[in-house]
Design a protein around this ligand. Structure first.
Ligand code: BG6
Length: 288
């Protein structure tokens, strides 16, 4: 903890021992609060003052070095989904990232920069800005002499008032792969409503996706750049019961709307090339 002292910002950013003895960064700005674990550079909390939290965290989450955290924003990299003999959704969420820099910006927001331990193939950097909105920038640079393929995804768990009270906008007429039956279809619904298990990868979706939450009276806007896929996931009843680190009824209070570049939108990097994906999460009150 001593070596992190240099990164403290009095009254704004401090370090504490979090769940499971893992190190946690606590950020308090004039407009919002946030918490980030060095384990996975995992944002577990973001809340605008006077509003409901934006991120969902499972009460049953593990907090251990060899396990991912359930909720918040896991960084999925360098692959999305299962891979034979290797950790599901890549290893980035299982590594302890290094904090490189913390800065208080003139507008009162706080910016943090993390680096993933270097691998043979890539260097990854993650910039997070906590302010009136939550902004994340994931940069991956290839350090390999040949072309490399990779997938990235900010697997964001949003807290919702009730799964029956939300609609997801911005994906109409988009082609998607349904991971439940591996069929490819086109979204025909003007807005997505969830009333059963949903696990879909929407392709070629570079524009903003919104979650309208009538129960909380708010709209969450997910603005992105260089993110061509959007994954929508809710485990519903049976899958929730099968997940040991997720409570049986928590599917009612969350939805994952994940921004990334996965499957046919995967990234191919030439030697020393860098791919940067940026995601900004904002919330607005719904008109009454
Ligand atoms: C989603 C996948 O992104 O993540 C789902 O599309 C998966 O298939 C979910 O179940 C959770 O994955 P994990 O590895 O965190 O349990």
């Amino acid at each position: 903890m001593q070596e992190l002292k240099q990164f403290e910002i009095p009254g704004r950013l401090s370090f504490i021992e979090g769940e499971g003895g893992l190190l946690k960064i606590v950020i308090d700005t004039a407009s919002s609060d946030a918490e980030i674990y060095l384990h996975g550079a995992h944002i577990t909390h973001f809340q605008k003052k006077g509003e409901e939290p934006i991120l969902f965290m499972s009460a049953a989450s593990d907090f251990a070095l060899e396990k991912p955290i359930r909720g918040g924003i896991p960084i999925i990299f360098p692959w999305f989904g299962p891979r034979d003999g290797l950790p599901a959704h890549g290893f980035a969420r299982l590594l302890v990232w290094t904090l490189r820099e913390t800065t208080q910006m003139p507008d009162g927001s706080v910016c943090l920069c993390f680096c993933m331990p270097t691998t043979e193939l890539y260097d990854a950097e993650y910039r997070v800005t906590i302010g009136d909105c939550l902004s994340m920038e994931l940069s991956v640079r290839s350090s390999h002499p040949k072309e490399v393929e990779l997938e990235t995804c900010l697997h964001t768990y949003f807290k919702v008032s009730s799964i029956d009270e939300i609609s997801i906008h911005g994906l109409r007429n988009v082609s998607y792969m349904d991971k439940i039956n591996t069929k490819v279809s086109v979204e025909t619904a003007p807005a997505i409503e969830i009333s059963s298990e949903v696990d879909r990868v929407y392709f070629d979706t570079p524009t903003t996706v919104e979650i309208e939450d009538r129960g909380f009276g708010r709209k969450i806007c997910i603005e992105k750049s260089m993110s061509n896929s959007t994954v929508v996931w809710n485990p519903w009843i049976e899958k929730s019961m099968r997940m040991p680190d997720f409570c049986d009824d928590e599917y009612q209070q969350m939805v994952c709307v994940e921004s990334g570049n996965v499957a046919k939108n995967q990234i191919v990097l030439k030697p020393r090339e860098t791919a940067v994906m940026k995601v900004v999460v904002k919330s607005e009150k719904l008109p009454i």
